[in-house]
Structure formats: structure tokens, C-alpha cells
Unconditional design. Structure first.
Lengths: 361, 127
């Protein structure tokens, strides 16, 4: 498809598809906000935990409360180091009574798998790395349900956000269909067998089925701007092995009422000591685009923090950023500056997420 | 893709179109294609002195920042202010969207730049 490719953690990934077929990051982004787009996200990793103590294992290694999951339900969670910082963020899917699927990030696949395996040895539960078994395709946007419904016998209207089902997709039986995504939009992620011919056939059938909805293929570029507008964290940017849960503002996915999980003791201590920095949303009020790694300055041009992700926001038509700053600079409305090519450019702390999808009428 | 033959090109993907000692400067079709959706163009002020091969500004797409390099030395006489509000013009018409005009310090510098045919060959080899 002549996409612009980039090396992403060792994967050849499309950044964006060509303008000649109606793509480019802005068009791809807008298609997902207003219609539908598809993403090849095969680089994501998959770890299956199954066995009598699968729940206990998942509870031990993840910060959210997996005991609340019904079969067929999924939750956003994270794997933590003992110091309360991030191994990775994950989506935990409960596929059966004693079967869980963790979907993890590309750059951290091997690290995550080794970490999960090493930290679950005491449980009666098999841990399998299924990362190479699936091609993961994300169909995202308000029209995603219309496109995918044409290709499956599963009743998608019965699948709520962050639930999963199985069905025949493009003639392939028993395909896992999850109503999840990384775009801050409604959508689905399907897991099809990884062989190239099958993956390509499914991809092309989705493209065809989506024609009447003006579906476009989308690359990593749009995936990044979409998730940024929705303030969805990206590993090694908003979360990492040096940032803890409280700083990242992911409190609501961390269930301290669970008696035990890796990282819990450190988080309890960190909470009692109080956090000193926090993730905030910035909007540029002067002309300029904040980029990953740029310095954040206070009114007196003193360096106080840094940008974790910054970009033009194609749907909001603003230049936005996420940044770590000391708590005293985190209040909405605080005037700050971002250093761009040696110049302090005006920015303001704004509420997040920058974008929230409209509730269905 | 035909690159206009009425101008010279650099390996940094700028073009320069001279008429006497005055010259217009922009970026090539290949450059805009590689950058993707252009959302921001930062240019020097009228009166600024450019030195050949040195950066004079930057162009930003959604995903990246790229420096702009002066194809020749000179003094900025005019800046295309339309690009401040419509940077996407560079995507739509890269060879028509000049960024600024300069008075050349030494028109002979242009002799060292690439012809349209040489630039096209350079781009083909770079890919």
C-alpha cells in the first residue's frame, strides 16, 4: 500500500498511508473521530494465563482488580515493579473461568513475558507467549461497529465497551473480538491467525466492507495523535520504570483495597509521603508545537518539568502536550512555557483528557 | 515526477529560483511528501542574513520537525506570510509555495547546486 514505514521497536510499521489514497496523519485521525479507520497492530504482544490459580496469578502481577471481571470482560491495568513504577500497561481480558489474556506493548514484549513468567511461578497456572500467533487488527471510530458487523455473525450490539466475544469473522471461526482500542473512540480489536495470507485477506475484506463508510487505513502517526487527545498513556513517555502510578494519575485503575500485588507496598509508602510531580495537559497559547522531551519552564523561565508527548491535535485543532510538572504548577489555568528551539513559548495547563468521545444519544 | 527546470535544488531538499540577484526559496515535492501534513512553518524576519548551508528556519508536520537550510547566502527581503495561516499550501503546491525571497550575496553560489535532473536522480537514489 506504499505506506511510509518506520522502525518501531524492531518492527517495520506504517507511520501513515499516502495522501494519494486519502490518507496522511490528519485525514486518518479525522476518519477515526468521525467515521472509521483500521490499524495493523500486530506488534502488540499477547500473554495467556490459564489454570486453577490463573486469577490469583493475575491479581499478584497487576494493579487493577481482576476478580471483578466477568467471563468476557476486560479491564485496563498495569504490571508494576516492586517500587511501584511501570513494567508496562496492559489490557486484561477474562476469556474463561480460569483463563486470562494480557495484551501488552510491542517494545516491552520480551521483558513483559519474562517478567510475568518469573513472577507467577508460585501459582498453578500456565503462562504462554502467544504474541506470534495473532495478527491484531483494530477497527476504530463511530462507524467501526457498522463495518465489522458486515463481516461477522457475532451480535456486536450486545458487546459493551471493554467486553469481548467470539464469532466467525471473514469466514474464520472462533475469532476473538474485543470492544477495545487506543484511540479514545468506540471500536474493536480482532485477533486473527498470524499467517500472512490470512492476515492480508482479512485486512482487504475489512477495507472493502468499509468502503461505503469511507474507511481508511491508519498508521502509527494517527494512532499516536488519537491516543494523545484521549490522554491514553504511552510506555516510555507517560509511564516508565521511573514513574509511579500516582504521578501518572492512573489511581482509578489501581485497587489498593486488594491486599497484595507487586508494587503495592511501595505505592502505599509513596502515597503517605506525597507525590511531588504529576502529569498535566498543556495547550499552547502562543505559536509553537511542544514535542516529546521539550523542557517546561515556569513564568520566570526556570526549568520545572518536561513534555512526555506533544503534537498538533488534528481533531481539536490545537497544539497540545502532556508533561510532568511539580504539583504547585498543576492547577488548571496555570501559565507555563515550553522551550522550543531555545525560546520559551506560552502554554497553559488545561483539563484532561483533551478529547472525550460524545455519549451516544 | 518532474521537477521544474527553472531553478536549482539542494541535497537538503530546498529549491531556489533566481532572477538576477533576487531569489525565491521553498522546499521540494519530495520533501513535503516525506514530511506529511505540514502544520507549521517558522521563517526568519525580513532583513535577516542567511549563510549558505546554515539553518534559517523549520517546518513541522504533525509528526516531526525539520530544519530548513539556506541554499545560498543573502538577505531576506520578503517572507510568505500566507504560510503562517495556511502551511498546508506547501503540501498542495510545493514548487509554487515560496517561503521567502532573498537578495543573493553571491549569485555564483547557485552554480554549485543541483539541476532539476540531478536532483531527481539524487532523490531516486536516496530512497
Amino acid at each position: 500500500m506504499l505506506a511510509k514505514m518506520v522502525d518501531f521497536n524492531g518492527w517495520d510499521m506504517p507511520v501513515e498511508y499516502p495522501a494519494s489514497i486519502g490518507c496522511g496523519i490528519i485525514n486518518e485521525h479525522m476518519a477515526v473521530r468521525t467515521g472509521v479507520g483500521i490499524f495493523d497492530v500486530s506488534h502488540m504482544g499477547d500473554i495467556r494465563l490459564a489454570g486453577p490459580q490463573a486469577l490469583a496469578a493475575v491479581q499478584h502481577i497487576s494493579m487493577n482488580d481482576a476478580s471483578r471481571l466477568a467471563v468476557g470482560q476486560a479491564q485496563y491495568s498495569a504490571l508494576l515493579y516492586p517500587q511501584g513504577t511501570f513494567v508496562d500497561d496492559v489490557i486484561v481480558h477474562r476469556l474463561g473461568e480460569d483463563e486470562y489474556l494480557l495484551v501488552i506493548n510491542a517494545g516491552t514484549r520480551e521483558k513483559d513475558f519474562n517478567w510475568v513468567r518469573d513472577n507467577t511461578r508460585q501459582f498453578d497456572c500456565a503462562v504462554e507467549n502467544l504474541s506470534d500467533d495473532f495478527t491484531q487488527i483494530a477497527i476504530q471510530g463511530p462507524k467501526a461497529v457498522n463495518v465489522l458487523q458486515k463481516l461477522t455473525d457475532a451480535d456486536l450490539s450486545a458487546v459493551k465497551f471493554y467486553w469481548v466475544t467470539r464469532g466467525t469473522v471473514c469466514g474464520l471461526k472462533n475469532i476473538l473480538i474485543a470492544r477495545t482500542g487506543y484511540t479514545a473512540e468506540d471500536g474493536f480489536e480482532i485477533y486473527v491467525p498470524a499467517d500472512e495470507a490470512t492476515s492480508a485477506r482479512v485486512w482487504n475484506e475489512i477495507l472493502n466492507a468499509g468502503k461505503e463508510f469511507s474507511l481508511v487505513p491508519c498508521g502509527l502517526g494517527a494512532r499516536n495523535t488519537l491516543r494523545l487527545e484521549g490522554k491514553l498513556p504511552l510506555y516510555s513517555h507517560e509511564i516508565s520504570d521511573t514513574i509511579n502510578v500516582w504521578e501518572a494519575g492512573l489511581d482509578r485503575f489501581c485497587k489498593m483495597e486488594k491486599p497484595e500485588f507487586v508494587g503495592r507496598a511501595a505505592l502505599e509508602k509513596a502515597k503517605s509521603e506525597g507525590v511531588t510531580r504529576t502529569l498535566v495537559g498543556l495547550e499552547m497559547v502562543e505559536r509553537g508545537i511542544a514535542r516529546d522531551g521539550y523542557k517546561v519552564l515556569d513564568g520566570g523561565a526556570r526549568e520545572i518539568g518536561y513534555v512526555t508527548s506533544g503534537s498538533p491535535a488534528p481533531f481539536l485543532k490545537k497544539n497540545i502536550a502532556l508533561a510532568y510538572v511539580p504539583l504547585e504548577f498543576a492547577a488548571v489555568g496555570t501559565a507555563l512555557k515550553v522551550e522550543i528551539r531555545g525560546q520559551g513559548v506560552g502554554a497553559a495547563v488545561v483539563p484532561t483528557p483533551f478529547y472525550r468521545r460524545p455519549k451516544k444519544a | 515526477m518532474g521537477y521544474p527546470t527553472d531553478r536549482k535544488y539542494t541535497k537538503e531538499h530546498e529549491w531556489i529560483q533566481a532572477s538576477g540577484t533576487s531569489a525565491a526559496i521553498g522546499i521540494t515535492d519530495h520533501a513535503q511528501e516525506a514530511l506529511g501534513d505540514i502544520v507549521f512553518v517558522e521563517l526568519p524576519k525580513v532583513g535577516a542574513e542567511l549563510a549558505a548551508g546554515k539553518t534559517f528556519g523549520s517546518v513541522e508536520s504533525v509528526k516531526a520537525v525539520s530544519d530548513l537550510y539556506a541554499p545560498a547566502s543573502g538577505t531576506v527581503t520578503e517572507v510568505n506570510n500566507e504560510l503562517a495561516t495556511s502551511p498546508e499550501n506547501v503540501n498542495k503546491d510545493p514548487h509554487g509555495s515560496w517561503m521567502m525571497k532573498i537578495t543573493l550575496k553571491n549569485p555564483g553560489e547557485l552554480d554549485g547546486l543541483l539541476s532539476s535532473a540531478d536532483y531527481e536522480k539524487f532523490v531516486a537514489e536516496e530512497i
